[in-house]
Design a protein around this ligand. Structure first.
Ligand code: BLA
Length: 512
């Protein structure tokens, strides 16, 4: 068994956040057996039913709710088609007494879970879907990717009323960056900041691909326990898909240390994986009802679709650009020019496709470099290292000094490299270099402002400390080379090799 008190900053990803056994008190929860008998209830259910969670355990739900409400729920549940589906009943007169609720029903193990929240906003002219629709329209007529992200942050801030709305994007190593932000003017900006993967541990990220929105309405509010804690088989109720699931105490402390009392995040998925989050903060408690959250969740899904659309258009442009580069290389070499001679044009051309800070060619003993790169002397050693790598493909690393310790001597100029072998023997190379990532990321806020946090988990649990922790993990590393970049470089290597071989073959034939 896992003892929640044993969770600390080193083992966060072992915290079983889906079975902590409590919900937030803005909602009420009933878990029902397949024959509609109460199997679990949240302790605050007494406020709604006048009977305690203990008293209603084992009681048929027909004794607790009006028949028409049960019929309505049964009808809706025909829509529970796949395992992770949730059905929603918006503006539901659950007790037929005029009180309005929003309800959600999903399956959890053998039970189905009914969650209800009393409606907060009963104004007849609210139009959450209309607001989302207008925002999607604004985004789909965007210019750049950055404009899209900025618009999304601004729009969700308007719709949700949170103080700060960020677009948080995950990198390949699961660290993340605040890539867009809309905030109340007096707040310090987090834009451009990077955070380690451990700030949103693995099991939380996994959960967020199944359950797309969570609201922490008040980090200091008491939570309500689910009773009984375990079923007759001894298992706790799995709250993975519950909208009202109470969150990890470690994360609550993080939020408190940041001066945040309410938080909401909306998953943005790309091909089933977590691309990023819309992360929202408020300095005071902030509740928005399930109807509005449903509209915002829908926005998250449409936004993901727009991003995917944009990315695939960008990929097409990139492919065309790469094809153009290949064609230009082939035609210049066919005209009898050596790569060394037109290398500066080539370097410029490549930078359109693969971002780098420096580029060098080493061919027939000659060395030419542009931008931030090792000197010829430094490169000779590196070339010997590269000679030991497989010849038939590109070689890439984002931390040269880890594989080639002498690389330390030029780490101020290059920490990452992508090397293309362009001949058989002697080995000639084109190498792209990248500088240390930290030199390129700047702290967006005021780094001299003292941290005002404490708590049992100390000062690590703040974005600033977390940014520092991330800084330490990436010292000496460049930004990683993406799979697409490596593939593009490899295609270029093949083109170059073919042209070089054709030219040498021709020269050999001419010499006979
Ligand atoms: C969850 N951590 C989260 C969430 C975010 C962050 C957005 C999602 C929950 C929510 O909506 O609030 C992280 N929030 C950030 C970051 C920024 C931000 C990086 O605003 C930057 C501006 N967190 C830690 C450490 C641990 C940890 C060290 O920093 C572990 C020891 C845990 N974070 C943690 C856990 C969750 C979480 C367990 C899941 C909470 C839950 O859903 O139950």
């Amino acid at each position: 068994a896992f003892d929640a008190d044993q969770v600390d900053l080193t083992n966060c990803e072992r915290e079983p956040i889906h079975i902590l056994g409590t919900i937030q008190t803005y909602g009420y929860l009933l878990a029902l057996s397949p024959d509609w008998i109460v199997a679990h209830a949240s302790d605050n259910i007494a406020d709604l039913l006048g009977q305690t969670a203990q008293e209603i355990n084992g009681v048929p739900v027909a004794d607790l709710l009006p028949e028409a409400s049960i019929r309505k729920m049964r009808a809706k549940m025909q829509g529970l088609l796949h395992e992770d589906a949730t059905v929603r009943i918006i503006d539901f007169d659950l007790f037929e007494d005029g009180r309005r609720f929003d309800a959600a029903i999903h399956q959890s193990g053998r039970s189905f879970v009914l969650e209800v929240e009393q409606k907060a906003d009963l104004s007849p002219d609210r139009d959450d879907l209309g607001a989302v629709q207008a925002l999607v329209h604004r985004i789909s007529t965007r210019g750049s990717m950055q404009e899209m992200l900025d618009q999304a942050a601004q729009g969700i801030r308007m719709i949700s009323g949170f103080d700060r709305v960020m677009v948080y994007k995950f990198a390949a190593d699961d660290s993340g960056e605040v890539v867009a932000e809309a905030k109340e003017r007096s707040l310090e900006s987090y834009r451009g900041l990077r955070f380690p993967a451990s700030d949103i541990p693995k099991q939380a990220r996994a959960l967020y691909t199944r359950n797309l929105l969570r609201l922490i309405a008040d980090v200091n509010a008491p939570v309500s326990a689910v009773t009984p804690a375990v079923n007759p088989e001894g298992e706790p109720l799995d709250l993975s898909l519950a909208a009202t699931r109470a969150v990890s105490p470690i994360h609550l402390e993080y939020l408190r240390n940041m001066g945040v009392q309410a938080s909401m995040s909306v998953s943005i998925l790309r091909r089933g994986k977590l691309w990023g989050l819309l992360a929202c903060h408020n300095r005071t408690p902030h509740y928005i009802d399930f109807e509005k959250r449903t509209a915002i969740e829908l926005f998250g899904q449409l936004f993901a679709y727009e991003l995917a659309q944009w990315e695939s258009e960008a990929e097409t442009v990139e492919l065309q650009r790469a094809q153009g580069l290949h064609d230009r290389v082939i035609s210049r070499m066919a005209d009898g020019e050596g790569l060394l001679e037109f290398f500066s044009d080539f370097a410029e051309d490549v930078s359109e496709s693969i971002a780098h800070d420096g580029i060098a060619i080493f061919s027939g003993g000659a060395y030419k470099a542009y931008g931030s790169a090792p000197t010829k002397e430094e490169f000779l050693g590196l070339a010997r290292f590269l000679n030991t790598a497989p010849l038939s493909r590109v070689y890439s690393t984002n931390e040269i000094s880890r594989v080639y310790p002498m690389g330390e001597s030029f780490s101020d100029r290059a920490c990452g490299m992508l090397a293309l072998p362009i001949s058989r023997t002697p080995r000639d190379y084109i190498v792209l270099f990248r500088k240390e990532l930290m030199q390129q990321v700047t702290w967006a806020g005021n780094p001299d402002k003292p941290v005002e946090a404490g708590g049992p988990n100390g000062q690590r649990l703040t974005p600033r400390k977390s940014f520092e922790a991330w800084q330490q993990t990436v010292t000496g590393c460049s930004a990683p080379w993406t799979d697409a970049e490596v593939r593009m470089a490899d295609a270029l290597r093949v083109t170059l090799l073919e042209v070089v071989l054709k030219i040498t073959d021709k020269a050999n034939a001419d010499n006979k």
